[in-house]
Design a binder for this molecule. Structure first.
Ligand SMILES: Nc1ncnc2c1ncn2[C@@H]1O[C@H](COP(=O)(O)OP(=O)(O)OP(=O)(O)O)[C@@H](O)[C@H]1O
Ligand SMILES: [Mg+2]
Length: 326
């Protein structure tokens, strides 16, 4: 399959404007685009020919992967609440990277007509898969009960990566609701994001798998500085103990430890909201877990703000092409 041809086709679909209407921000990094000086429109035609052109970098969405080694730690629940909190700050895209058994759409209470399945089958472009969850939040849905989506070929992953790249200047944030585990494609999404939040619970197996996840991530992307969230803790003390245990093991065997950035209480309101198909921070804003999620969002926005966004789609393209060429 000729990938460069595929890329040309996808790119020829044209680049859109930012959905939040924001102008490209000078100095925000990323691929360079030529932008005409806005003053050009006020000048005469002869001036236009000599109008100076400013080269302004196209902004790319800051991307965060919500990941875990073990399944059921709360990735989708956290993603759903973060999407509502982040979207108050800018246009947000949820990427359901649990491609075989995606369920991010359930917590947004939407029924997308299309998913990444149509993309890898060549029937749709990634842009056609966008489903609006709210005015400022969209979703790219994963397949639902499609086992082969859990192990895509490089070409199929490349199609998805190219499509995400097309969208990344239109959003301020991209939140990747990851599949559990350390499969090749799960790790590709984690590596492609600017930041990875590793979610664990106090459960010993979840902690062990959190360590395993960090080990694989750091092995593949040594410059990554994963963040750690302890979910379903019974107290702050328990959460601190869990984080210390994971950090100690990581420090000892990997030479670096994930940064512990917070915890969420075990809260029945979360379960209740899942059954109501919504994010706890939206449906129960005064719940203990919602307060903790708001704190978490503030810290994450701060962490993302420290970084220059490389662009999820662009990074994924590089990761897939590099692994193919090896
Ligand atoms: N803080 C919490 N308090 C109480 N229950 C929680 C909390 N977080 C998650 N849960 C429960 O755990 C369940 C699993 O959460 P979720 O679907 O977000 O996990 P996941 O990591 O996305 O799972 P998967 O690996 O299958 O994608 C939820 O349906 C909810 O019942
Ligand atoms: Mg999930």
């Amino acid at each position: 399959m000729d990938w460069s041809e595929t890329r040309k086709k996808l790119l020829s679909l044209g680049k859109g404007c930012r959905r939040d209407g924001a102008e490209p921000v000078e100095g925000s990094g990323g691929e360079f685009a030529i932008c005409l000086d806005p003053g050009i429109y006020r000048r005469g035609a002869s001036d236009v020919a000599h109008a100076p052109r400013r080269v302004i970098p196209t902004p790319r969405a800051a991307s965060l992967c919500i990941a875990s080694g073990k399944g059921g730690t709360g990735k989708s629940v956290v993603t759903a609440s973060l999407s509502s909190l982040f979207s108050a700050r800018g246009q947000t895209l949820i990427v359901d990277a649990d491609l075989g058994v995606g369920n991010a759409h359930i917590l947004q209470d939407v029924s997308p007509l299309k998913s990444f399945v149509e993309v890898v089958e060549g029937e749709s472009q990634v842009r056609d898969v966008l489903a609006a969850c709210s005015e400022r939040c969209d979703l790219l849905a994963g397949g639902s009960g499609i086992p082969r989506m859990a192990a895509l070929s490089d070409y199929e992953l490349h199609l998805i990566a190219e499509g995400i790249q097309e969208l990344e200047s239109e959003y301020r944030f991209m939140l990747v609701d990851s599949a559990a585990g350390v499969s090749r494609q799960t790790m590709a999404f984690a590596r492609g994001c600017d930041l990875t939040l590793v979610v664990t619970t106090p459960d010993l197996t979840a902690m062990t798998d959190a360590y395993a996840f960090v080990k694989v991530l750091v092995g593949k992307k040594p410059q990554s500085r994963p963040l750690l969230l302890v979910n379903r803790a019974r107290s702050e003390t328990e959460a601190n103990e869990v984080s210390k245990r994971i950090q100690r093991v990581c420090q000892r065997f990997l030479g670096s430890a994930p940064k512990y950035i917070g915890w969420l209480p075990d809260d029945d309101k979360v379960i209740d909201c899942v059954n109501r198909r919504g994010a706890v921070s939206l449906l129960e804003p005064y719940a203990e877990s919602s307060r903790a999620l708001r704190k978490l969002a503030v810290v994450l926005l701060e962490e993302l703000g420290k970084l220059h966004s490389a662009g999820l789609g662009r990074s994924l393209v590089d990761i897939v092409e590099y692994s193919r060429d090896r």
